[in-house]
Design a protein around this ligand. Structure first.
Ligand SMILES: NC(=O)c1ccc[n+]([C@@H]2O[C@H](COP(=O)([O-])OP(=O)(O)OC[C@H]3O[C@@H](n4cnc5c(N)ncnc54)[C@H](O)[C@@H]3O)[C@@H](O)[C@H]2O)c1
Length: 364
């Protein structure tokens, strides 16, 4: 049984997310039905290619006459202009046409990179996401953000480009390293905090014991998480209103990532600690959120913020929205209570300094 989630976009190119186990047959059926083509391009993450080559070849590649494969080296460094150029060269030299579908098979790195290639080559190739990490299934494959990094910062070159479909097959997760599971957990916890306490309860069960529950049993929680993201981005395609709720914990997290030179802490670890900052800040403003809703999951994370210990005012200053704006404020997603997010801007930031102190103490 597959779960399906419709995603609405502003430009009427609505699409569906399909989530389940063993659903790669559906991918080829979808392409045959919609594109009547014999040719497809696969852009595949290196480790996914290594672990799942046989399945991808038999279920997807084997059903088309002409299949061109490009394997992307694993890791964030591949979200580069060099990889972008190399894939575009590969597609055009291989005779890509406007209607040739491009499948992005991998985590957020391949999704963002191949998505941007699809957005820009021949003014747009049909893009199909096949996410293979927990993070990509619940977050990066949904919402149409594509892009690459520039030496001056992350995700600075890119485009909003909606896929034609997303197929999340939890079988891929069988080979996902534990560190990458934990990375994706933070986004699921975030959805729990901003919209569904039920998700937090389910997550407690799925992460009980020594090992996480088998990927098959994650279909429901991935579906609920993907639904929340799809619902929020459908209401706010280009990120001006409710989509900001998805930044819960992220303003704190960006400072933590920066202080760790984008190496010491993974995004998921930073978001996890950042959500404690947002809870503490909310409570300083009068909410009464029990931090144990978040801290229950702390044993899964291996985060120590002792390296960023120092003057908390410096950390708060790094959160300032725009150094060029005279009236400097910090914009935060907070909670009135669990499942009730709100966005507010602050010029008086003493309570944020205090929140940092508490976060550092918790993760010392
Ligand atoms: N577009 C968006 O809206 C959006 C949202 C969130 C994050 N992102 C981006 O996503 C990226 C992070 O994505 P990610 O966390 O998926 O990282 P990733 O794509 O780098 O994958 C993490 C690691 O897991 C490996 N891997 C992937 N699937 C595997 C599998 N099934 N089995 C074994 N290994 C596997 C990869 O080779 C890599 O080493 C960042 O670049 C971030 O900017 C984009």
């Amino acid at each position: 049984m597959y779960k399906k989630i419709p995603v609405q976009t502003s430009s009427n190119d609505n699409y569906e997310i399909t989530i389940g186990s063993e659903l790669l047959d559906e991918v080829s059926q979808f392409i045959s039905q919609h594109y009547g083509t014999n040719k497809i391009f696969l852009v595949i993450d290196e480790l996914v290619h290594e672990h799942h080559k046989f399945t991808i070849e038999s279920k997807i590649a084997g059903t088309f006459d002409k299949v061109a494969r490009y394997v992307v080296p694993s890791g964030e460094r591949s979200k580069s202009i060099e990889q972008y150029n190399s894939i575009v060269d590969f597609l055009l030299e291989d005779g890509a046409e406007r209607g040739t579908p491009l499948l992005a098979i991998g985590g957020g790195v391949v999704g963002d990179l191949a998505g941007f290639v699809a957005a820009s080559t021949l003014r747009g190739l049909p893009l199909i996401h096949v996410p293979t990490t927990l993070l990509a299934m619940v977050d990066s494959s949904i919402g149409g953000k594509t892009g690459i990094n520039h030496r001056t910062g992350k995700n600075l070159i890119g485009a909003f480009y909606q896929p034609k479909a997303v197929f999340s097959d939890v079988n891929f997760l069988k080979t996902l390293p534990r560190k990458e599971w934990v990375n994706g957990l933070s986004e699921i916890i975030k959805y729990g905090m901003i919209e569904s306490k039920d998700i937090l309860d389910q997550l407690k069960t799925l992460t009980e014991g020594e090992n996480f529950a088998s990927p098959d049993t994650w279909v429901d929680i991935i579906t609920q998480s993907a639904f929340i993201k799809a619902d929020i981005v459908s209401r706010d395609v280009k990120e001006s209103g409710v989509r900001e709720f998805l930044n819960f914990g992220h303003t704190f997290a960006h400072v933590i990532e920066r202080k760790g030179n984008y190496e010491q802490y993974s995004h998921g670890e930073a978001v996890y600690a950042g959500m404690l900052g947002a809870i503490k800040a909310s409570n300083h403003l009068g909410a009464t959120i029990d931090p144990s809703n978040l801290l229950h999951f702390k044993p899964l994370y291996d985060v120590s913020l002792s390296a960023i210990n120092g003057d908390v005012k410096d950390l708060t200053n790094l959160m300032l929205r725009d150094k060029k704006v005279k009236d400097q404020t910090i914009r935060l997603v907070l909670l009135n209570k669990l499942e009730d997010p709100v966005v507010r801007s602050f010029a008086d930031t003493a309570f944020i300094d205090q929140s940092w102190e508490e976060v550092i103490k918790e993760f010392n």
